[in-house]
Ligand binder design. Structure first.
Ligand SMILES: NC(=O)c1ccc[n+]([C@@H]2O[C@H](COP(=O)([O-])OP(=O)(O)OC[C@H]3O[C@@H](n4cnc5c(N)ncnc54)[C@H](OP(=O)(O)O)[C@@H]3O)[C@@H](O)[C@H]2O)c1
Length: 325
């Protein structure tokens, strides 16, 4: 995610005077190209946060992760922080933002802004325009999530196990061999037999859509695909709606690339921005009930692109410390 963030910053119109890159000691000294220069990665040191207007976090989650260890310090140093992990997403004081859906929530930020989970972003981007017009009564989603969703080690596990069909990758982040498999366990089983990834989709969607009682359930499955998450989404609307009207709404929705015919696959959307929706169809015998197929590059729109879009909004609205667009 960090590397794609840098590429997205490079492509963006953000006027970056200086870019500082941090990781753990492991990556210190790596050089990464940015706008014609090769910048050195340094071991993270909070003293270097001073003077930064904006800091993106995309490190490991949890107690020993970069966000928990350093994000508050970064805010106290005067920066605005956009965090890619799950540590602050459900904090009521932290806006959880998909620019096409709830950009207005940014106005209440207190220095820390959270980027939603990758599978949440594409699902909510596709459902929000429908929810806004017709109200959602129920959502049931099944995901087919790529290994890059688990970071660099996920990609390494798939490559190793594909080349070595009889052994498993020792440092794999997955519960079982991923090559040739489909694992219905992302993040571990927990409350009510749902996994943490499934709860992220439920709770984050409710927060972003400002609908705390939305009926929504997920089954999240890891599949042996390098990049690109796919989702089969079932939804029912409260108001009466025709297939034709839904098609029109999706075709005009910001950030959505709607295909009326055919479908997309992860290989086709990897490396591209946007959320791709196809195979919209009614459920036989049920009024106002539909299915759709939804894809996105989990590292781009599912993480880095969304984060840079938030940064662009903050900049264009004069919401970065000491900046005027
Ligand atoms: N991959 C996705 O599709 C996706 C989508 C949405 C959100 N996210 C979230 O984005 C974050 C990054 O994901 P990723 O897939 O890019 O993971 P990754 O490939 O494992 O990369 C994590 C990076 O963070 C650095 N890091 C980890 N802990 C650190 C610490 N304590 N201090 C400084 N740097 C630290 C690592 O440094 P080293 O290089 O030195 O090891 C590495 O460069 C995670 O919170 C993840 O949940 C990922």
């Amino acid at each position: 995610v960090g590397r794609v963030l840098i590429q997205e910053m490079e492509r963006s119109r953000l006027p970056v005077n200086q870019l500082r890159l941090w990781a753990t000691a492991r990556s210190a000294g790596c050089r990464i190209p940015f706008r014609g220069r090769r910048l050195s990665v340094r071991e993270i040191d909070p003293a270097e946060f001073i003077g930064c207007q904006l800091i993106f976090f995309s490190g490991t989650e949890g107690e020993k992760g970069a966000s928990r260890l350093y994000a508050r310090q970064a805010v106290d140093s005067g920066s605005v922080v956009i965090d890619n992990g799950s540590d602050f997403r459900l904090d009521p004081k932290v806006p959880l933002v998909i620019p096409e859906v709830n950009a207005r929530d940014l106005k209440s930020h207190r220095g820390l802004i959270a980027n939603p989970n990758c599978s949440t972003i594409q699902m909510v981007a596709a459902l929000a325009p429908i929810h806004r017009r017709f109200g959602l009564r129920r959502v049931v989603v099944s995901t087919y999530q790529s290994v890059s969703g688990a970071g660099r080690s996920g990609l390494e596990a798939l490559a190793y196990e594909t080349a070595n069909p009889k052994s498993s990758y020792a440092a794999s982040p997955f519960a079982q061999r991923i090559a040739g498999n489909a694992i219905p366990d992302i993040g571990g089983l927990g409350e009510m037999e749902y996994t943490t990834e499934e709860w992220k989709m439920v709770r984050e969607a409710r927060k972003i859509l400002h609908d705390p009682k939305l009926s929504i359930a997920a089954t999240a499955v890891r599949v042996p695909v390098a990049v690109g998450h796919a989702e089969a989404i079932y939804f029912e609307t409260r108001k009466k709606v025709s297939l034709g009207r839904l098609r029109t709404v999706l075709a005009g929705a910001p950030g959505i690339i709607y295909d009326r015919q055919g479908y997309r696959t992860p290989l086709e959307v990897a490396g591209r921005d946007g959320v791709f929706v196809s195979r919209l169809r009614p459920v036989p015998g049920s009024a106002n009930s539909f299915l759709m197929w939804c894809l996105a590059d989990n590292i781009r729109k599912g993480a880095a692109t969304n984060a840079v879009q938030i940064a662009q909004l903050l900049y264009s609205q004069g919401m970065l410390p000491g900046s005027s667009p």
